[in-house]
Design a protein around this ligand. Structure first.
Ligand code: PLP
Ligand code: CA
Length: 304
């Protein structure tokens, strides 16, 4: 992998790069927006890709939004998007369990997961606080025999009682175990506070369940499988844009896509420089083909 700074290329070579793909997959947070704030010109770039006939997909690890929520957010922030253009981990969890004919799920996560499950006829419970009752020992917990899967996504009410329940269900090896994504932390909003991401919760349940989860999001391959199933894409003519190398860029590398890192999110250029020199293939797989300071910096090349 090379990590070419787009800005060092001649205009002719940037145009060549832009013509080298027909499909664009973009991560959302850190590339298109930061929380609720759109990054400058990123919507213009994405909308021009679409205008020039490229297929565009929004691929996010965020499990707290449904596809409908994300269409709404895209449109509010001026990104053209339809439901079929969105791949998100709440929806993928529902699709995966539907394909396994699952009917009832215990969820550590958010309402978005329950809503996506409901849309495919899967019932769920577990969302919200699970309080410790000092009069009810954990040993009296009784499993619902209809539960055939456990999903772990981002849950601000994550707790010891939830760990007990998830691990108890998962003690039955016939019960499916889904983790929405593995992002360890949220980007540093403040230098002094660490906000744990879903990956930390998934690892916690994997530890007490003594099993590994099937992961829906980047860099694991279920997302790519679904993408290939739903659309006609040629990996060699597909661009994956991301801000986080151990999810987005690794996903792109594994799928054989062209990869572009933007420096508006999680990964810093100093990390890329370090991985480039690494003796370990695992670290070299994190190095993107190209990088640019911000997605919006492509705008002058798209506007003739
Ligand atoms: N998970 C949660 C709960 C989030 O809120 C976010 C970003 O907002 C992410 C994961 C990362 O999302 P993305 O893959 O779009 O960067
Ligand atoms: Ca991101």
């Amino acid at each position: 992998m090379s990590a070419i700074n787009i800005k060092t290329l001649s205009r002719e070579n940037v145009l060549k790069f832009l013509k080298s793909f027909d499909t664009v997959l973009t991560d959302c947070d850190g590339v298109l927006w930061l929380h609720m704030t759109p990054l400058p010109n990123s919507s213009n770039v994405m909308n021009l890709f679409r205008k020039f006939g490229k297929q565009v997909f929004y691929v996010t690890n965020n499990s707290t939004k449904t596809r409908d929520d994300l269409v709404e957010k895209c449109r509010a922030l001026k990104f053209q998007a339809n439901k079929d253009d969105i791949l998100c981990t709440a929806n993928l969890s529902a699709c995966y369990l539907q394909s396994l004919s699952c009917k009832k799920t215990y969820v550590i996560g958010s309402e978005a997961i329950a809503r996506e499950l409901e849309q495919v006829g899967i019932s769920s419970f577990g969302i919200g606080p699970d309080v410790i009752n000092p009069n009810t020992p954990y040993s009296t917990f009784e499993k619902d025999p209809e539960v055939t899967a456990v999903i772990v996504g981002l849950d601000e009410h994550f707790s010891y009682p939830k760990m007990v329940k998830a691990a108890t269900y998962l003690n039955d090896t016939n019960v499916h175990f889904i983790g929405t994504n593995t992002d360890e932390r949220f980007p540093d909003f403040s230098k002094d506070v660490v906000i744990p991401g879903t990956g930390s919760l998934v690892r916690c349940i994997e530890s007490c369940a003594e099993r590994k989860a099937v992961i829906m999001g980047k860099p694991d391959n279920y997302m790519a499988t679904m993408l290939m199933e739903r659309s006609n894409i040629d990996p060699q003519r597909t661009l994956m844009i991301g801000d986080r190398c151990n999810t987005d860029i690794l996903f792109g590398t594994r799928c054989g896509f062209i990869t572009l890192l933007v420096l508006t999110g999680v990964t810093a250029l100093s990390d890329v420089e370090k991985w480039k020199q690494s003796e370990q293939q695992e670290e070299r797989d994190l190095v993107p083909n190209y990088y640019i300071d911000a997605l919006g910096d492509l705008l002058p090349y798209l506007k003739e």
